[in-house]
Design a protein around this ligand. Structure first.
Ligand code: ARG
Length: 475
């Protein structure tokens, strides 16, 4: 970057072709640079062409411009699109953004008739329309990625519906759970994320085109027609709101953030589980890296980056909220900064979801090690207390106390609860007999938790079946 930038308007640079009528000199170099959004909003070119074609077709039908002019412009737009497709969108700061770039190229191709395209519209409703179209596709892509991740989770949960692992609270062994149950917990989070996406997509599907600069237009446009042509449910109802609303982008970033937060929690678990002290899981080689210095290392980098990217995605949401919060109606140029955070978040989400799907689908679970960890952590202490309540009618608080004494004794000997001799248990409380041992195994513990949504293998299978049906999977 040059720190001696030219701040004076250059005389050789002609005044801008779009608004130059009022200007004596062209913009300074710094103005051209700070003003330009083409380096990033060229990503909107397909949407920009589609919206312009819908607009010009409507102008022709309404007789606002001549039918043959509308046709020439529409064909010209196709020609511009074909160029973009093969050569990419040219980045000329003098053409500021994708809207001006397309219109200027159109004029080069078809001549002055191109100037009729911008009748009854403004870049303000144009960018609002283009960006909505882009975000609508991004929502669809996010939802599709999540559906694939859910499929992977449901498949693995079905395989491991009865495999036992420690369930944690405070990251301390709490009660035995099934691995399938644990995986299905994430299925639920992503189910809610997809519901949020569906909800936000339905809400945003209104077309700003025809709101013009801010106040609507005096031309007899047909907003229903353009809305329909672009797949919107209806036109927006308030032109001031329509050109200055970016709620759809904020909704998108919130959906990304919520999903990223869930992905990050799952990534954190995979990282813990892959560590040597846990040893619960082996991540696929294809999604791991080695160390350049420590030959034994296999690092869960993909999971760590999913966890890391979540911070950037949440940052994107924060960034756009702060951009928007002080803006009066209607359009302000600050809003041009709406696109980079959305584009960045979309890219990060695509990668993160794909990496997570690969890790879940390709992970090897060390079920023997998980089971041993559940057996060693006194995870069935609650089952002993519950047995005292159920089989002996002891109040739960007293049962809790008796069980605490049993855990203390087992711990002092370094053995599991169900390895305590009956005589020792009876010394703690005489009401215990050897039928207690049926309740103390981890298998009995999870099988007992058959309440709706509980960890019992049958409950997990029920939820897996329902989820598979909801995802349209064959069984
Ligand atoms: N490049 C602008 C943006 O992305 C387009 C709208 C410009 N409108 C205006 N009145 N300057 O927001």
């Amino acid at each position: 970057m040059n720190d001696k930038r030219d701040m004076t308007g250059s005389d050789e640079k002609a005044a801008n072709a779009m608004w130059g009528g009022r200007f004596a000199a062209g913009p300074s170099a710094i103005m051209r640079e700070i003003n330009a959004s083409i380096p990033f909003d060229k990503a909107l070119w397909r949407q920009d062409i589609a919206a312009s074609k819908a607009h010009v077709a409507m102008l022709g039908v309404q007789g606002i411009i001549a039918g043959e002019d509308a046709l020439v412009i529409a064909n010209g737009l196709d020609a511009v699109a074909a160029e973009y497709e093969t050569d990419g969108v040219p980045e000329d700061w003098d053409r500021e953004d994708i809207h001006m770039t397309t219109e200027a190229r159109l004029a080069e191709l078809i001549g002055p008739v191109a100037g009729r395209l911008h009748t009854a519209r403004s870049r303000n409703d144009q960018v609002a329309t283009d960006f909505r179209l882009w975000v609508r596709d991004a929502f669809a892509e996010l939802g599709a990625g999540l559906a694939a991740l859910q499929q992977a989770l449901v498949t693995r949960a079905g395989e491991h519906a009865a495999d036992i692992m420690p369930g944690f609270t405070h990251l301390q062994t709490a009660q035995p759970v099934t691995l399938g149950h644990h995986l299905m917990a994430y299925y639920e989070m992503f189910r809610r994320d997809r519901a949020r996406i569906a909800d936000a997509t339905a809400r945003m599907n209104e077309c700003p085109l025809g709101s013009a600069a801010l106040a609507g237009t005096g031309f007899p446009i047909d907003r229903e027609a353009t809305a329909q042509a672009l797949g919107f449910d209806r036109p927006t109802a308030n032109s001031l709101d329509a050109v200055s609303d970016r709620d759809f982008a904020l909704d998108y970033l919130w959906c990304c953030s919520s999903t990223a937060l869930h992905l990050s929690r799952l990534a954190e678990e995979l990282i813990l589980w892959a560590s040597q002290p846990f040893g619960f899981i082996r991540l696929p080689d294809s999604l791991s890296t080695g160390s350049s210095i420590m030959p034994q290392k296999k690092n869960p980098d993909a999971a760590e980056l999913v966890r890391g990217h979540s911070g950037r995605v949440i940052g994107a949401l924060t960034s756009l909220m702060i951009t928007m919060k002080g803006l009066p109606l209607a359009y302000s140029k600050d809003m041009q900064d709406d696109k980079p955070p959305v584009f960045e978040a979309a890219g990060l989400m695509g990668l993160s979801i794909a990496a997570m799907t690969g890790m879940i689908a390709g992970a090897t679970f060390n079920t023997a090690r998980m089971r041993a960890a559940a057996e060693m952590g006194y995870a069935t202490a609650t089952d002993l207390a519950d047995w005292l309540v159920r089989a002996r009618g002891i109040p739960f608080r007293e049962a809790h106390h008796i069980t605490g004494a049993a855990v203390k004794l087992a711990e002092s000997r370094g053995i599991a609860l169900d390895q305590l001799p009956l005589a020792d248990l009876q010394a703690i409380d005489g009401r215990i007999d050897d039928s207690v041992f049926e309740a103390l195994s981890v298998d009995a513990s999870v099988a007992a938790r058959a309440s709706y949504g509980g960890t019992a293998p049958d409950q997990v299978r029920l939820q897996v079946t329902r989820a598979a049906r909801a995802l349209g999977l064959e069984e």
